[in-house]
Design a binder for this molecule. Structure first.
Ligand SMILES: C[S@@+](CC[C@H](N)C(=O)[O-])C[C@H]1O[C@@H](n2cnc3c(N)ncnc32)[C@H](O)[C@@H]1O
Length: 285
């Protein structure tokens, strides 16, 4: 562990507390997620709705689930899985008015990174997706659990925060640890909600700043190895690049305002957006 990080709490319950609060927050609280890119979200919803038994882990407020149900034209069983019961409640409310007679949805409160007996489904799934979730989880146990939810030949779609990007973009940030691929995350949301910090990191002036969550980042090659180790065969891996209009909107928002350095502005210009993550499709073997 880095010497300028001091833990004061245990990370076990912190994602659940944070997401329970986030679920109840107003609309100006939105995740940095490809789900907020309309083309990506629609294509993904169509991809999901083509199968008959699907699942989403980390449903958030149900944006992708709503669109998937809207796209469905055949019998569909849809498992909604989340650590936060508030996220599941909000999602159920949001999909409520879209229900179709041939679509069955079931909600499961589950921590995907805990060793679990995967017996809550009556049958395995054909497709499973987790968007913008894997930064919060213990990756090996989560992939083991996901594999257990799937039939051989089923597909999984996962997004990861790109370590390649963070190594460059957050190079000078005291809350990023490149050796571990961890962002010690903080936001005005946590401060406003008076969430207990997980710990503190030393800022550039030597003062202590609180952090509330740990976000894990992965390189392209790490992802390939993790998939192989957990009985998945990589099909595609594409960068997720946020367009600048989306970035400015978010980085000026109430909870996520950040001030960029000149170097960071230049990087975004050179990259033609922000290559935040990896979008991965793999087959269960
Ligand atoms: C950053 S949000 C992303 C929500 C949505 N997928 C999106 O991209 O907008 C992460 C979601 O994953 C859920 N989550 C976090 N850790 C989890 C875990 N260990 N097991 C299951 N769900 C988890 C959160 O409650 C939340 O709904």
């Amino acid at each position: 562990m880095r010497k300028n990080i001091r833990f004061v709490g245990s990370s076990n319950r912190s994602p659940e507390i944070y997401y329970d609060l986030a679920a109840l927050s107003s609309e100006d609280f939105a995740f940095l997620s490809p789900i907020n890119l309309p083309d990506w979200c629609l294509k993904t919803a169509k991809w999901l709705s083509k199968s008959s038994r699907i699942g989403e882990i980390g449903v958030g407020k149900g944006k992708l689930a709503c669109l998937t149900i809207q796209c469905a034209s055949n019998d569909l069983y849809f498992a909604l899985i989340d650590i936060s019961s508030n996220m599941l409640d909000v999602t159920e409310k949001n999909i409520g008015h879209l229900k179709k007679s041939f679509v069955t949805t079931r909600s499961f409160k589950l921590d995907i990174s805990t060793k679990t007996e995967i017996n809550f489904l009556d049958d395995k799934l054909d497709k499973l997706i987790a968007v913008n979730v894997l930064q919060d989880v213990e990756i090996n146990q989560s992939l083991t659990n996901m594999r257990a939810l799937l039939n051989k030949g089923s597909e999984i779609r996962l997004t990861f925060i790109s370590k390649e990007t963070q190594d460059d973009f957050l190079k000078d940030d005291p809350n990023y640890d490149s050796s571990e691929g961890i962002i010690y995350a903080s936001s005005s949301f946590h401060k406003e909600k008076q969430i207990t910090p997980l710990g503190f990191f030393k800022d550039k002036e030597g003062g202590e700043e609180p952090f509330y969550r740990i976000n894990r980042c992965y390189k392209h090659d790490d992802i390939c190895n993790l998939l192989e180790k957990n009985s998945f065969e990589l099909k595609t891996i594409e960068p997720i690049i946020y367009p600048t209009h989306y970035l400015w909107q978010r980085w000026k928002s109430r909870y996520y305002s950040i001030s960029l350095t000149e170097r960071q502005f230049k990087l975004i210009e050179d990259w033609g957006g922000y290559p935040d993550g990896w979008d991965v499709i793999a087959t269960a073997i």
